[in-house]
Design a protein around this ligand. Structure first.
Ligand SMILES: O=C(O)CCC(=O)C(=O)O
Length: 214
């Protein structure tokens, strides 16, 4: 297990009281959150959110083409960019200064070092833009997502096997982390919503990939 994975696994219980932690459904018949999902509302203050949005406005977003289909969402990537046609993560422009503080805080949330969050990604979802069912690329390890401006519904369903869909509301200014079972044994999607939303995602690189890129 990478140091990122180890830290996240061992530190999972040192959490703020408003944090929701997925425990799986071993002992319950209630629909509960998948194991490895950690969610905290009000992670950013309104001022931090407004400052981020002011900077995000000046970023250059790329259209997102995949297998001949142009998605409605747009993206900008830092540190690493994922090439879907070659299934590779390649080095790209560095993380801008305005994301340093939020990356540091995201790393503290995950109990890892900030420089382990090798990739930064901002997604812009205009009204009507979803993200379909997927599991994040296997080159990446822990996934951390921060929501800005609008709420969204994140849905989870087991990967490659039948099972119920579990839905979680991601509030603006909240943070979530995907690691362990929810990262590898579940897939996720976000249906289109009515108003503009941004997400900031930070991901660690898995060990094998770190060696390939070094
Ligand atoms: O918008 C989000 O929080 C989810 C992003 C996501 O699933 C992804 O980038 O793979």
């Amino acid at each position: 297990m990478s140091s990122a994975g180890r830290h996240a696994a061992t530190c999972r219980f040192k959490l703020q009281s408003n944090t929701v932690v997925g425990q799986g459904n071993l002992f319950s018949t209630e629909p509960v959150l998948p194991e490895g999902f950690v969610y905290q509302p009000n992670f950013l203050s309104s001022k931090e959110e407004a400052d981020l949005l002011r900077n995000i406005e000046h970023e250059t977003f790329d259209a997102f083409d995949f297998q001949g289909y142009r998605a409605k969402r747009r993206r900008v990537e830092y540190g690493l960019e994922y090439d879907f046609s070659r299934r590779r993560a390649n080095p790209t422009k560095p993380l801008p200064q305005f994301l340093f503080a939020v990356r540091q805080r995201a790393a503290e949330f995950a109990h890892i070092a900030a420089d382990e969050l090798a990739e930064g990604l901002i997604l812009e979802y205009p009204p009507g833009a979803p993200i379909g069912w997927h599991r994040d690329a296997p080159q990446f390890g822990i996934v951390i997502g921060i929501s800005l401006l609008a709420a969204a519904r994140m849905r989870f369903k087991p990967y490659n096997k039948p099972g119920k869909i579990i839905s979680v509301k991601l509030q603006p200014r909240s943070i979530y982390m995907l690691q362990g079972a929810v990262r590898w044994q579940w897939q996720h999607s976000i249906p289109a919503q009515d108003s503009l939303r941004y997400s900031i995602t930070f991901r660690t690189l898995r060990e094998k990939q770190q060696k390939q890129i070094a």
